[in-house]
Design a protein. Structure first.
Length: 426
């Protein structure tokens, strides 16, 4: 009993030291995402590293890219605030996480500083008033990750790093060839996905195949996205009961997202492709509002809502548009953003117990794409960075919010999305 009391007191002291009454990070997401288009360069580097996995790699991450990623996380997760600082002698990441308490606001403030070295060299990790040596912190994370995956994957990840250096603006990370590490990661993937829903995976595989069985999937001419949606949701209605409608609707959305949106959505669900070497996809693009990009924006955003929180889905769409302001990108598009928001609303209705069956009924009745996506006439798109900043400054500005509110108003005029009021009132 005495030993238990001592352990309890030690834990209480540690929690007291780790929690603060004020957040240390004050930065806002709109400021941090001003240079979101630079993340495209980082994604290109990562893609190249994966394609050239048998050779040594060098990844250069700028402070702007780090800030943009931190800003995206902050935009998607309101309880999180983060910051980054890169110098020629160190690189630091800062985070403040609000705890879910209805009493006095409490925060966990984190600070991690990495030094240049021929390995991963963490100078220190600070949690609230607690300060841990970098070696101890890395060892704890390594042991926990290895235990969680029942492997030595965290140890291998640490050993992949052969050098970290810094300039005033960049962190340069040199890596061993990734081939062996990626093969090992693939071996333990099922161990990492400990929360995988086998029933949802199997149903998603079924609706993926069902979408591919439709005659329109074989047509050489572009086909209406709404026809795929009608067929798949109608099949979900036939196979489900009021108690299982939510599950079937989720699987139908995910199946369509994999088939029409992007086959890699399957990575978040499980092994759903009938042929691992050949992903199922329609013979020609599916169109929403006369455009394939809108169909993909809609269904991928709906799938992200199924797989995550609503804020994450919208933040991903918004961040993607910010990246597209770069040269060579399609530019910021409020039309695409409307399709993203519509997809989230659709999934929100389809996966709520009070509206899941009603949505099935509506889709099964006379239904056309005008009931799914309103007119996008007058919504700006193709804005480069300078045009976006001249007209809207940044996300969350008054002008930007006015434009997003206009999108919300157009969607709210459609009877389908009026069902969301009953979802939000629960």
């Amino acid at each position: 009993m005495f030993a238990f009391f001592i352990v309890f007191m030690l834990l209480a002291v540690l929690i007291f030291l780790a929690v603060d009454s004020q957040p240390n990070v004050k930065a806002t997401a709109p400021e941090q995402m001003q240079n979101a288009e630079t993340v495209k360069q980082l994604l290109s580097q990562i893609s190249q590293s994966l394609n050239e996995r048998t050779t040594e790699q060098e990844i250069i991450v700028s402070e702007d890219q780090l800030l943009s990623i931190v800003g995206f996380i902050q935009r998607a997760t309101p309880r999180f605030k983060g910051n980054a600082l890169v110098g020629d002698r160190s690189a630091s990441l800062y985070a403040s996480i609000a705890l879910p308490t209805e009493l006095t606001p409490l925060f966990v403030n984190l600070e991690i500083t990495v030094l240049p070295d021929d390995k991963l060299n963490v100078s220190y990790v600070r949690v609230g008033s607690l300060s841990l040596s970098g070696d101890l912190a890395v060892l704890l994370v390594e042991k926990l990750a290895n235990a969680w995956t029942d492997s030595d994957i965290a140890t291998q990840a640490k050993q992949q790093i052969t050098q970290i250096s810094m300039t005033d603006d960049d962190v340069i990370v040199k890596l061993k060839p990734l081939d062996a590490f990626l093969n090992k990661l693939n071996e333990i993937r099922n161990g990492i996905n400990v929360k995988q829903d086998d029933e949802l995976r199997d149903l998603t595989a079924y609706y993926l195949r069902y979408a591919s069985w439709q005659e329109i999937a074989l047509s050489k001419d572009p086909q209406p996205f709404v026809d795929y949606l009608r067929a798949t949701i109608k099949r979900a209605q036939e196979r489900s009961t009021p108690k299982t409608a939510v599950l079937h609707n989720k699987a139908a959305i995910l199946g369509l997202a994999i088939f029409i949106g992007h086959h890699r959505i399957a990575n978040f669900v499980g092994d759903v492709h009938p042929d691992a070497q050949r992903a199922l996809k329609p013979a020609s693009p599916a169109l929403l509002g006369g455009r394939n990009d809108l169909a993909r924006h809609f269904i991928i955003s709906a799938a992200l809502k199924v797989l995550s929180e609503q804020g994450v889905s919208l933040a991903i769409g918004e961040f993607k548009e910010l990246m597209d302001r770069a040269m060579g990108g399609s530019g910021y598009s409020f039309v695409d953003l409307m399709a993203d928001i519509a997809g989230v609303k659709f999934a929100n209705i389809a996966t709520h117990p009070t509206t899941a069956t009603r949505l099935q009924e509506i889709i099964g009745e006379t239904f056309d794409e005008k009931m799914l996506l309103p007119s996008y006439e007058g919504l700006p798109e193709g804005l480069n960075k300078s045009q976006f900043e001249a007209d809207y400054d940044r996300v969350d500005s008054t002008a930007y919010r006015k434009r997003v509110n206009e999108i919300e108003r157009r969607l709210a005029e459609l009877p389908l999305y009026q069902l969301e009021f009953s979802v939000n009132s629960q």
